[in-house]
Ligand binder design. Structure first.
Ligand code: HEM
Length: 447
């Protein structure tokens, strides 16, 4: 996977952003446990980026990290009925996502997915574009760029505003502070401890208590937002995702979502939709601040009907810094994939973080080189590039997220040149999503 010569001549060169350190060997069990709470990828040694399957025992259980595209296709597409979300995923994300689309399984998931699918079809995403444009203009228009800016805070606020308006047609100003406080507090309890892994999911651990407490407040806030929106006058046609969710009917039985299901769905879409997109935008800013040539290319095509460079920059940013850094599955029956026999109870990891930097799958994997994704470059191998997952559980919001990231990034870079205030490297760390190791400040210089 390398850009063609023509692309290599016409566009800025690649550059090497600071790479996250990779340990030469796997850390010991105690160090691993510590890292599960701070930075899971730091538990993956160099071999994980070179081998087709990286396997390690963990307290009598096995976890297998798959890097072979055929093995990944098998798990995500061909044999999905043999896999489930892991108990640790349900424990950590359950209080925030309830029984919504991300965490449901089996028949309940199928019903939700097919009921929600029309709300994310390209025609429905087109309905949401005016919300994305308006929120971007409002948030960026109100930004005071005279002093250094915390762009992580800005992208989080912008993505929440876009998610809120697209979901419920309401500005998020009234709720933003409380939502952010709850999510930040939750983030401090999202890491996994030993009992979280060892105890059956039904048995609470001490860390479940704060997760559940914060989760209850988050769900109450989401219910408040839904109620505020339902108190608004009715409209003739659908205005937003909530209208589409309320109108959604199971295609077979005609059943609508119950109020609790609507709340869980809104909580899921609000959270899954805004944290990830905010991070994608943030990492674009970090990279473009270090690659002014690419930044100028993005600014130059802002407002054009086609924006291939902007799209390529985003695709390359989420290759290097995939917001959803790992997809985890529990094998519920034995299975075989190229390179490994799986036992019931094994944890299967497919980690875009590793896969996207894998030595055998990418040329110069550590380099930021959007030319890989420009029209005319050879397309990446489908199962080596998984920022949105793949198969029946592929991200339902992928088109929406790309549309949002393109509009927001163009809006930002069209107004300002983005530069980092200091040379301190911004390194990725990940527990549930790929975050920066500190909140860097940026200078925004008017164009
Ligand atoms: C850059 C932004 C985003 C990234 C990187 C991302 C990534 C992902 C990934 C990797 C998955 C698959 C997880 C798995 O297989 O275990 C997923 C699922 C999902 N995403 Fe996204 N996502 C993004 C934006 C969004 C948006 C904007 C929405 C909604 C508005 C959304 C809603 C969902 C939902 C509901 C699922 C679960 C789908 C299912 O299980 O059927 N995501 N996302």
């Amino acid at each position: 996977m390398t850009p063609s010569d023509a692309l290599a001549d016409a566009f800025p060169a690649a550059f090497l952003p600071p790479a996250p350190p990779v340990p030469a060997a796997a850390p010991g069990i105690l160090a691993q446990l510590r890292l599960f709470r701070r930075n899971v990828p730091a538990t993956w040694p160099r071999r994980a980026y070179e081998d087709a399957v990286y396997q390690r025992p963990f307290l009598g259980r096995r976890s297998l990290l798959l890097n072979d595209p055929a093995a990944i296709r098998h798990v995500l597409v061909e044999a999905t009925e043999r896999y489930r979300r892991t108990p640790a995923t349900l424990r950590v994300l359950g209080p925030l996502l309830g029984q919504g689309l991300v965490l449901s399984e089996g028949a309940a998931w199928r019903l939700q997915r097919r009921t929600l699918a029309p709300a994310f079809a390209p025609r429905a995403v087109a309905l949401l574009l005016p919300h994305i444009h308006a929120a971007t203009e409002d948030v960026l228009g109100a930004l005071d760029a005279r002093a250094p800016v915390d762009l992580l805070g800005v992208t989080q606020g912008l993505a929440l505003e876009i998610a809120g308006r697209s979901m419920v047609s309401l500005g998020m100003a009234r709720w933003r502070g409380r939502l952010r406080t709850l999510l930040d507090a939750y983030g401090r309890h999202a890491g996994v401890h030993l009992p979280d892994i060892l105890l059956p999911p039904a048995v609470p651990t001490p860390w479940d208590l704060p997760r559940r407490r914060i989760g209850r407040r988050w769900m109450a806030l989401v219910a408040e937002i839904v109620a505020a929106r339902q108190a608004e006058p009715r409209a003739d046609g659908p205005r937003d995702l909530l209208d589409l969710v309320l109108a959604a009917r199971d295609p077979e039985t005609g059943r609508a979502f119950s109020p609790a299901e609507v709340r869980d769905q809104v909580a899921t879409l609000l959270l899954a939709g805004h944290e990830t997109t905010a991070l994608a935008l943030f990492w674009c800013c970090v990279l473009l601040a270090q690659a002014p040539g690419w930044q100028d290319r993005v600014a130059a095509e802002a407002g054009a009907a086609e924006q291939p460079v902007t799209r390529a920059v985003i695709e390359e940013a989420i290759r290097l810094y995939p917001p959803a850094f790992t997809l985890a599955r529990l094998a519920i029956e034995a299975d075989e994939v190229p390179g490994a026999r799986l036992r019931r109870g094994d944890v299967v990891l497919i980690a875009p973080w590793v896969l996207h930097r894998h030595r055998r799958l990418w040329q110069a994997p550590e380099a930021f080189d959007p030319r890989r994704f420009l029209p005319g470059a050879p397309a990446p191998e489908r199962f080596a590039y998984l920022p949105f997952g793949a198969g029946p559980r592929v991200c339902i919001g992928a088109q929406f997220a790309m549309a949002e990231a393109m509009i927001a990034l163009a809006g930002l870079v069209r107004r300002w040149r983005v530069a980092l205030v200091t040379d301190r490297p911004v390194l990725p760390v990940a527990v549930t999503t790929t975050q920066p190791d500190h909140r860097p400040l940026f200078r925004l210089i008017p164009r």
